[in-house]
Design a protein. Structure first.
Length: 125
């Protein structure tokens, strides 16, 4: 399993910001809480199960808001790339609603794991 580091998360965040609808270029490198990012990296690297790691990243980035902008987008992208040759089988509206619920504190990490487990599909058979 790929080791995660701060630069990896920052690169994903820049990609999320660059793909945004609004002009947010000045926010590409705007970290609100570097300590939170360091905590997320440390804990994520101790999680060996890819579903649980993806869920932790999705939950932590969306819920703890370490960036000034783009937390939900970054959280989802990190979860998706963590799943490697798999994907979350859900439509855009369902994914959007789930990530918003996490960010609002309406769902916890265990509910996030369950949601991904129920939608986890292999891209290739």
């Amino acid at each position: 399993m790929r080791r995660i580091d701060l630069n990896y998360i920052l690169d994903i965040h820049r990609s999320a910001i660059d793909a945004g609808i609004r002009d947010e270029a000045k926010l590409r490198d705007a970290v609100r809480d570097m300590g939170t990012l360091e905590y997320i990296v440390d804990k994520a690297n101790r999680i060996r199960d890819e579903i649980k790691r993806a869920a932790f990243l999705l939950y932590s980035i969306a819920n703890y808001h370490p960036f000034v902008e783009g937390n939900k987008r970054t959280a989802l992208l990190l979860a998706e790339v963590t799943l490697k040759e798999c994907y979350i089988d859900a439509n855009g509206q369902e994914v959007n609603q789930m990530v918003r619920k996490i960010a609002a504190g309406e769902l916890d990490e265990m509910q996030t794991i369950k949601w991904i487990e129920e939608r986890y599909k292999r891209a290739f058979h």
